[in-house]
Write a protein that binds this ligand. Structure first.
Ligand code: SF4
Length: 406
């Protein structure tokens, strides 16, 4: 029997609207938006980016998850993993009774046809989808349309004998799901490149060939099982994880195009190289908005709010850190005091990791302070609002501790 798949919600949007608002809405954020994205508290002025926080894909995924919980109150409801990369949102979903197959003790094998499984915004791999269909679970598919668009192109590459070269993080759920689309075809191939260094290695191999074994060793976790660089770099198509830094994805694509021109000549390029733009519009808008904020407003520092494993948040932080002292914080608890902040180290994907550090004297102790603020696409407004409220608590100058009375 074909499993039931819900792809357009469950007609319970109005019923869950209040619950969603209680969980994720912020009156303070609405107030700041209405005040031209500025919030003044004593000596502090907070400048909120024009676009920040939940994107359309995340909004929809979270909405459908609450609808699924409401609709199937008498059945077990699972998520295949984190619905988005924000611990608060995931914990809220656990709190309403949704179980995560990625949690300790939970496995795909325990599922049966009575269960309901929600697929996250970044989708699941072809293999997991097949398995879920075999089991016959009811599926609530929240895969974002922008991700589906990438899949469509990767599938087309595979059908036409082109290897998908995907700019992304190989362990990210979205990139794994995207790469798996290439394997729908018997000779489909993929190669995931993380950064400029990976791209240099691939471009060198395209131009001059090289040490096949060394290439395969370097990319052992990033290529399809039967990938052979001597054969599968002859025809390539570019794709990317939707939340990468747009400027870097464009650079990767352009460098690969140049390498293919050098190898095969401009006239033969269409037979060897394809590309299309797969940065989603929400990611692009948030990156553009933060650049506009940095260009247009003198800032003493920038705060970027979002999960440490959120790719788009990490990339927003990188943009900011190039221009002004910046801190990637998880939530308002990161603002320990006016003298202490807990934050993730910012850096390129190959070096940054998810290391949290503590910095002291992060906020100028006195005088006017201009703080820029943005949040990744998986950060709900209530968290942004709480950060603004926490900042407002530091509006008074920081006084040195008074000497004890004699
Ligand atoms: S970041 Fe883009 S691709 Fe990802 S869920 Fe949001 S809108 Fe969709």
């Amino acid at each position: 029997m074909q499993p039931l798949i819900f792809r357009k919600g469950l007609n319970l949007g109005e019923e869950v609207a209040d619950e969603l608002a209680r969980a994720y809405h912020s009156a303070l954020v609405d107030q700041v938006r209405a005040a031209d994205h500025r919030y003044v508290a004593g000596r502090l002025t907070v400048h909120l980016a024009r676009e920040f926080g939940f994107c359309y894909g995340v909004d929809r995924a979270v909405d459908y998850a609450y609808q699924a919980r409401r609709r199937f109150q008498d059945r077990r409801v699972f998520l295949t993993g984190e619905i988005i990369h924000n611990p608060h949102v995931n914990d809220q979903l656990r709190a309403v009774g949704i179980r995560f197959l990625s949690d300790a003790g939970e496995t795909l094998e325990q599922l049966d046809a009575d269960d309901v499984v929600i697929l996250p915004a970044f989708g699941v791999s072809v293999r997991d989808m097949l398995r879920l269909r075999e089991i016959g679970c009811t599926l609530v598919d929240t895969t974002c349309g922008s991700v589906l668009n990438v899949w469509k192109n990767v599938e087309r590459y595979a059908a036409d004998g082109f290897t998908s070269v995907i700019h992304g993080k190989v362990h990210h759920e979205e990139t794994r799901a995207t790469a798996s689309q290439a394997l729908k075809y018997p000779n489909g191939q993929y190669l995931v490149v993380l950064d400029g260094e990976d791209t240099t290695v691939v471009c060198d191999y395209i131009r001059h060939g090289g040490d096949r074994a060394a290439f395969l060793q370097r990319f052992r976790k990033s290529v399809s099982p039967t990938f052979d660089p001597d054969r599968h770099l002859e025809r390539i198509g570019c794709a990317n994880q939707t939340t990468m830094l747009m400027s870097e994805s464009l650079d990767v694509g352009e460098r690969l195009r140049q390498a293919m021109i050098d190898r095969y000549g401009e006239a033969d390029l269409p037979a060897h190289f394809r590309a299309f733009d797969t940065i989603c519009s929400a990611t692009q808008e948030r990156q553009d908005a933060v650049l506009a904020l940095l260009d247009g407003t003198p800032l003493d520092l920038m705060l970027v709010v979002g999960g440490y494993n959120s790719s788009n948040t990490c990339n927003l932080a990188r943009i900011c850190a190039d221009r002004v002292r910046s801190y990637h914080i998880a939530d308002p608890r990161s603002l320990v005091s006016a003298g202490e902040i807990r934050h993730r180290l910012i850096g390129p994907p190959s070096t940054a990791g998810n290391v949290e550090v503590v910095t002291r004297d992060w906020l100028p102790a006195e005088g006017p302070v201009s703080v820029g603020l943005t949040a990744g696409a998986s950060t709900p407004n209530n968290i942004v609002g709480q950060v603004i409220a926490a900042l407002a608590g530091f509006a008074e100058p920081v006084r040195p501790p008074e000497a004890p009375a004699p």
